[in-house]
Design a protein around this ligand. Structure first.
Ligand SMILES: Nc1ncnc2c1ncn2[C@@H]1O[C@H](COP(=O)(O)OP(=O)(O)O)[C@@H](O)[C@H]1O
Ligand SMILES: N[C@@H](CCC(=O)OP(=O)(O)O)C(=O)O
Length: 374
């Protein structure tokens, strides 16, 4: 059991918690979420809600029994359901004299630095106005390749965006278990996680026809949030009431993921998790060591091959020889230029590309490591 002293919390509710057993939205669940938000606000804690449920609500309206699998089907059902979902939240907030605001985000909204900051400013303004931001993915217009896909990663990015001090993901199990508890009755609950890489192999997929991603996407969210310096609590939705006592020295029983000690700063966060990358470069073992162990920039000498397309100053993924992601960074050269200079010494590179900004192909300051050790 872990205790907290949070002032700003992002709460994420999954489809599994909002879906009624008879189909459609579970209105009691929505009322419960709102009661908890109202109580938290009463004790001075700001809340930002990331809520799934548009597809579940749309299925209820259209009397569908199975979740659509194709993109157009999912988008159409979400378009029907999102309005219903937000209306239910608004009605319940009104009972407490509170106002909510609907924010539908697409991957692309966080991928461009200017749009990222714009979303950040709007959310800050809403919080200052005492409004409860209610966020979901903009399912109706998202293009498949540019989808968050699950709201777990979205909630972690939102937690970073608003500088929250706790992310709470509510789901239909008590937390992370040593194996999927719905399939393995001997699975044990893990109450605290300090190193996500040590538990990664325990995560399985979604637990119901409505859930997306299961534990895999929750661990991805935990990785993002904790690298941002934000702790993440994974909690059973049935225990949502325990959140109200969090700051009174009481803990909530679930899985708590501890934030890392050296958190990523603003731009490095954006490079690693919000910006989009169109290409990748593969580097040799010496270059991996220079980046990961010695904290150096990437030079042309260590580059073996390239893939994808990009222009100068775009984000690329930097991979080792077996394809694991070592880092991400803003690259100084286009793909065509990197192809010209890969494997060459820096003097030769500068000779071939005289207007390059320096000897670095990816400067250390513009790079985020995605791997802790080699
Ligand atoms: N190691 C694990 N520990 C706990 N749950 C797991 C694990 N592996 C897979 N799961 C599954 O993850 C499900 C929760 O994710 P999901 O169905 O996507 O819900 P949500 O809609 O709340 O995001 C659980 O119901 C469970 O079946
Ligand atoms: N944006 C979708 C939810 C995506 C999704 O299913 O997420 P989740 O169940 O929280 O893992 C919706 O509102 O139905």
């Amino acid at each position: 059991m872990t205790t907290f002293s949070a002032r700003r919390i992002v709460l994420k509710i999954g489809s599994s918690s909002l879906n009624h057993s008879r189909g459609g939205l579970d209105e009691e669940a929505i009322a419960e979420v709102v009661d908890v938000i109202a109580a938290l606000k009463q004790s001075g804690i700001e809340c930002i809600l990331v809520t799934s449920g548009a597809v579940a609500a749309g299925m209820g309206e259209l009397r569908l029994h199975t979740r659509p699998r194709d993109l157009a089907g999912k988008q159409a059902v979400a378009a029907v359901g999102q309005g219903v979902l937000i209306e239910k939240y608004a009605q319940n907030l009104e009972r407490h004299g509170l106002v909510g605001a609907q924010i539908l985000l697409s991957r692309i909204d966080l991928a461009e630095a200017s749009r990222y900051h714009n979303a950040q400013n709007t959310l800050e303004k809403l919080l200052r106005l005492q409004v409860v931001p209610i966020i979901n993915e903009n399912d109706t217009v998202a293009i498949e390749e540019l989808c968050f896909g699950d709201n777990d990663s979205l909630s972690a990015l939102v937690a970073g965006l608003v500088h929250a001090d706790l992310l709470v993901i509510l789901t239909d199990v008590d937390g992370l278990y040593t194996a999927n508890p719905k399939k393995d009755s001997s699975a044990q609950l893990i109450e605290e996680v300090a190193d996500i890489s040590a538990v990664e192999m325990m995560a399985g997929g979604a637990g119901s026809i409505l859930g997306t991603g299961g534990m895999l996407t929750k661990l991805r969210a935990a990785k993002i949030a904790t690298r941002f310096g934000i702790g993440m609590l994974l909690l059973n939705f049935t225990r949502i009431g325990e959140l109200v006592e969090l700051n009174e020295g009481q803990g909530a029983r679930g899985t708590y993921f501890h934030p890392v000690k050296h958190r990523l700063a603003g731009r490095k966060r954006w490079i690693a998790y919000a910006g989009l990358s169109e290409g990748s470069i593969q580097i040799d073992d010496g270059a991996v060591k220079a980046l990961v162990k010695e904290g150096k920039s990437l030079l042309a000498k260590g580059i073996k091959s390239t893939e994808g397309t990009w222009e100068r100053k775009e984000i690329v993924r930097i991979l080792n020889l077996v394809g694991d992601e070592v880092a991400r960074g803003v690259i100084e050269l286009s793909r065509h230029e990197v192809e010209l200079v890969k494997g060459l010494h820096s003097e030769k590179m500068q000779e071939l590309i005289p207007d390059s900004s320096g000897e670095e192909v990816v400067h250390r300051d513009n790079m985020t490591l995605m791997m802790d050790s080699v």
